[in-house]
Design a binder for this molecule. Sequence first.
Ligand SMILES: *Cc1c(COP(=O)(O)O)cnc(C)c1O
Length: 216
Amino acid sequence: MSIKDNILNIKEEISDQVKLVAVSKTRSIDEIKEAYNSNQKIFGENRVQEIVEKQQLLPDDIEWHMIGHLQKNKVKYISNFISLIHSLDRISLATEIDKCAKKSNRKIDCLIQLKISSEETKFGLETSLLEDFYSDIQKYENINIVGLMGMASFTEDQQKISDEFSQIKELYDRMSLKNSKLKILSIGMSDDYRLAIEKGSNMIRVGSKIFGKRSY
Ligand SMILES: *Cc1c(COP(=O)(O)O)cnc(C)c1O
């Protein structure tokens, strides 16, 4: 199946309420162009250098999302064009995003990345710290918190993944009730986006299901 077919199939399957982020990390400009020509306008990357290079070479109406762990000293390279940062998980990073956004005269939309998996290696804010973190970052005038992001454990255990998605959905519901600016729940990848949507996801991040298996 072609990239185009894969995108059309996923879009047909999901409702209009769910946004599809095509995760184009490691993919070539030509592959991204094929997706773009299939009317896909949102792309997600996890490395700063890669997203900067691609942004320069590809059309201006693409919405670029930073979905991976972000180092403070690299924020300045993406702050003038990034549409959404999915991986805000610490105050020091928020300070830097706010500073760079101010310089670019922008307000940058961000999701708070929560640690919902029990795995050691995953980034993200501890869920117990969410409320305090959310109030703390209200002071940053050039950051717009628009929702939450999470990554489920890397496991075949569907029940475990389902529990982790339920956990973040519950937090999302509780927070968005009080804060009307919270509108995005970014959960679900190639292997678990159906489950994520069942659990209330309205933004899925899909890579291999669109572009095929990655070879690093
Ligand atoms: C790579 C990546 C994805 C997409 O993974 P696939 O399994 O290829 O769909 C989604 N989210 C994040 C944060 C990623 O790094």
